[in-house]
Design a binder for this molecule. Structure first.
Ligand SMILES: *Cc1c(COP(=O)(O)O)cnc(C)c1O
Length: 429
């Protein structure tokens, strides 16, 4: 499979180049050159297939023959070794729980798949690969656990001191092994700027083989399309029209759903659910895409003012706003309404939503008669325990995997927010 840059269709890469570069040389995002259709028989039989079988067929379509069959099978099995169950709140609304992986957020799918793929691409090389990544919270945890103990790869994570939750910090700083955490005395933007400078610094290239694991990497999108099929298969036999509601920030998750539809997923439409950073719902209403600085909310993984995957959505629809409107409906809530949605899900259905999933849950009020709504639950509520407990007035059970982290010792390199500090540290190791 060839991948092209969203900035210039003539800029091409194969899978290995697209994954290892992350961003195209012209700063565009990579897209598969053509997205094929799964056989009708495959779609009709989805309910008889395992999550892994689905993941394998979808991967083959998006990757082509660059990875041998047995290797691809191994990558899929490694990446999705946890389920994505559908939990019904009532006859019309169901939650697709994407948080059963090690970091308790849907980002585990992308991070684990990318780790397995990269580790195959660098096999036989003697210079280790160094993944440098800045995180505002959830990405770091997923990447750290996705790459943990991956031979030939080390991960260096920069995070802003005092600006991630205690549990998020533990997820970054307690794994050890091939994972190093750098606590930057600055903001997330500072961390990102330091990582950017490192990639541009030729002094480092003699010592390091650097790569990135950010969310625009095509390897993170591919496995995110698997679970739309997995969700659909669990309602398939009811024969109703299915609507997916997706809590969205950078819009990678929704883009993967649209790719699934292109491959033949019988989804009627999608809902783009956001907080007050409603750039895309606004675009759907007015036809104008107006990126701006983000505002802070309780659904902070969606505090994005310039959604990086939006350009991929434009590409999928040939930049035709009306075609996009046929497939995507916008929906947004402010913090107060998000809390009300969390309360409603709990009072009416006994279901605990995290703040991100709660917005998507509430958007299903707009379903039309006969539609089956599936909202994506992107994180375990315990990841946002303070907000959830304060809103619902209950104790939220913390999963064992998160609870044991609280006991572990934090280990991080404290660093001022200035690039030379990162460079000197990298060169002196
Ligand atoms: C990252 C994240 C999102 C947003 O996903 P995008 O693919 O960036 O749109 C939503 N919810 C949670 C919990 C997340 O961690």
């Amino acid at each position: 499979m060839s991948y092209y840059s969203t900035n210039n269709p003539n800029v091409r890469a194969n899978l290995k180049e697209a994954v290892m570069q992350s961003l195209a040389p012209d700063k565009g995002l990579y897209m598969p050159l053509n997205i094929g259709h799964l056989p009708r028989t495959f779609i009709d039989q989805l309910f008889t297939l395992s999550f892994e079988e689905i993941g394998f067929e979808v991967s083959k379509l998006l990757i082509g023959n660059e990875v041998p069959t047995s290797v691809l099978q191994h990558i899929v099995t490694t990446a999705i070794n946890f389920p994505a169950p559908l939990v019904f709140l009532d006859g019309d609304k169901a939650s697709l729980e994407l948080w059963h992986g090690p970091s308790l957020a849907f980002k585990d799918f992308g991070a684990r798949y990318m780790a397995a793929l990269m580790s195959w691409f660098i096999r036989g090389e003697n210079k280790p690969l160094t993944i440098l990544v800045a995180t505002s919270g959830d990405t770091g945890g997923a990447v750290a656990s996705g790459f943990l103990k991956t031979p030939g790869i080390e991960v260096i994570i920069l995070y802003p001191s005092g600006k991630v939750s205690d549990l998020q910090e533990k997820q970054l700083t307690t794994l050890g092994e091939n994972i190093t955490a750098i606590e930057v005395e600055g903001t997330f933007d500072d961390c990102q700027a330091m990582v950017k400078e490192a990639f541009a610094d030729t002094n480092l290239s003699a010592r390091y083989h650097l790569s990135s694991a950010n969310s625009i990497n095509i390897a993170r999108l591919i496995p995110q399309s698997f679970y739309y099929f997995e969700g659909y298969k669990q309602v398939q036999q009811q024969g109703r029209e299915v609507v997916f509601s997706v809590p969205s920030g950078n819009f990678g998750n929704l883009t993967a759903g649209l790719m699934a539809k292109k491959m033949g997923l019988p989804a009627k439409r999608f809902i783009a659910a956001t907080n007050i950073n409603k750039i895309v719902p606004e675009y759907l209403e007015t036809g104008v895409f107006n990126p701006r600085s983000s505002a802070a909310t309780i659904s902070n993984a969606m505090d994005v003012g310039n959604p990086s995957n939006f350009v991929r959505i434009l590409e999928l629809y040939g930049h035709d706003t009306d075609a996009i409107r046929k497939d995507i409906t916008g929906f947004w809530l402010d913090d107060q309404a998000t809390r009300s949605a969390m309360k409603e899900a709990f009072d009416k259905h006994g279901y605990i939503c995290d703040p991100h999933g709660a917005i998507a849950y509430k958007s299903l009020d707009t379903l039309k008669a006969g539609e089956q709504g599936i909202f994506l639950e992107t994180a375990h509520p315990a990841k946002f325990i303070d907000t959830v407990q304060e809103t619902l007035g209950i104790q939220v059970p913390v999963p064992e995997s998160l609870a044991i982290l609280a006991e572990r010792q934090k280990k991080a390199v404290l660093m001022p927010s200035a690039y030379p500090a990162l460079r000197d540290w990298l060169l002196s190791r």
